[in-house]
Design a protein around this ligand. Structure first.
Ligand code: EZ4
Ligand code: CO
Length: 412
């Protein structure tokens, strides 16, 4: 057996996706997700110009060896472009292996450890009234956990708030949960950490008063605080019993998390921008976080994600895999299989894909009563309609930037 062909498919049903399709000489094909939001074509080039020719003729069954070959032969290790490209190959090979075995991927990873994966959705609102409406509508859709993002008085437009900015390229189109907007330039948003730190606890107090103590609530700080500011926020949110506080500070400086940890018992989740287990080494071994936010797509695939979670399990750290719409249905399915199989699953972020996206990627995945399940079809359970994909050509889109009142560039 060997890999006979490799195709890279770029499609933009309402956002850009990059998919790798590998086919064996026996005609079995597998899909891998290589989508890197706002930098998609860099991964296309990495795959097309430097990787696919290395794959032809390789034994598709030797997934670990192919992973090590791509990682080590590049010499230049890690980085989001490299690791998204390797992830696409890895996930496509797992899809092929599971299809060949006639089993859903989670069976090859050890079988199901639970009936379904607890999911959380994104509730948001500029005002508390809007936010309550959004939380209620998520509960009606079955969600049993919600992420809460709120407007801040004095700030026009911030990440994660549905009713905020409309894009210049698509006037009238709600920003919703997708931060990358089509157009030639990134959108500019504004930010003020002191206002945010004052306001957010009042929002969580109001939400707890309205919805009671049971509902698991999450919040994303999106890298915007210094360690001591993150410590202040974690402390001030303690009365509202968060499931987690996400990306409270950029974790390039991992020692910064020691400061946060010293001051607050609010659980912490980090890692959506990480691309290897090395990025988690200190955070996991020093028990500075509670949830691993990696996504299969940006982390080199199923193979290293499983290894990172086995390492995390020694420290009772659980999964909280990144599930934004920029992880394609292929990447999402891959991590659902991992989440179903591992013992230390925590929660799965779920931002539903659009109808157009679902018409390109047909999925066996289900969301019922607040729980996700990848389905029982052999492989990942995702099929790509290549004709539909071709009808949505690539469109440039950028993630936003954020500035403070004096114009200083800040994390968004
Ligand atoms: O901003 O995936 O928790 N989720 C997030 C995401 C990220 C986007 C960036 O492409 O922070 O919405
Ligand atoms: Co996030």
């Amino acid at each position: 057996m060997s890999i006979a062909s490799a195709e890279i498919i770029v499609t933009s049903p309402d956002r850009n996706f990059v998919t790798l399709k590998l086919t064996t000489i026996d005609g079995v094909s597998g899909l891998g997700d290589a989508t890197l939001n706002g930098r998609e074509l860099a991964v296309v080039s990495y795959l097309r110009d430097h990787v696919v020719q290395l794959l032809i003729g390789r034994d598709e069954g030797n997934i670990e060896d192919t992973w090590q070959f791509l990682y080590r032969s590049a010499y230049w290790r890690r980085g989001p472009v490299t690791m998204a490209a390797i992830a696409a190959v890895d996930v496509a090979l797992w899809d092929i292996k599971a299809k060949t075995a006639g089993m859903p991927l989670y069976q090859l990873l050890g079988g199901a450890s639970r009936r379904g994966l607890l999911a959380y959705g994104h509730a948001s609102g500029k005002s508390n009234a809007e936010l309550f409406e959004s939380i209620r509508s998520h509960q009606e859709q079955g969600y049993r956990a919600v992420r809460v993002q709120a407007g801040v008085p004095g700030l026009k437009s911030i990440y994660g708030i549905a009713s905020n900015a409309t894009s210049a390229a698509n006037p009238g189109v709600r920003y919703d949960h997708e931060p990358a907007q089509r157009g030639a330039l990134p959108a500019e948003e504004d930010w003020d950490t002191r206002s945010y730190l004052r306001h957010l606890p009042t929002v969580f107090e109001a939400v707890r008063n309205e919805f009671g103590p049971e509902l698991p609530l999450l919040h994303d700080g999106h890298h915007r605080m210094t360690p001591i500011q993150a410590a202040q926020l974690g402390k001030s949110l303690e009365p509202y019993d968060l499931f987690w506080l996400e990306d409270c500070t950029p974790a390039e400086n991992q020692q910064g998390l020691r400061i946060v940890r010293q001051h607050t018992t609010t659980p912490l989740a980090i890692g959506e921008v990480f691309n290897t287990v090395w990025d988690f080494q200190q955070l996991i071994s020093e028990q500075l976080i509670d949830y691993v936010r990696a996504a299969a797509t940006h982390f080199g695939g199923v193979t290293p994600l499983r290894k990172a979670m086995d390492f995390a399990a020694q420290f009772q750290i659980r999964s909280g895999f990144h599930g934004p719409t920029d992880v394609s249905p292929v990447g999402f399915a891959a991590q659902l299989h991992v989440g179903l199989a591992i013992h230390n699953f925590g929660i799965q972020e779920y931002m539903e894909h659009s109808e157009a996206t679902n018409s390109v990627f047909q999925q066996t995945m289900t969301f019922r009563d607040g729980y996700l399940h990848p389905g029982d079809a052999p492989g990942l359970g995702v099929q790509l309609d290549e004709q539909a994909a071709a009808s949505f050509p690539y469109e440039p889109a950028y993630l936003p930037v954020s500035r403070l009142h004096d114009g200083t560039l800040h994390d968004w």
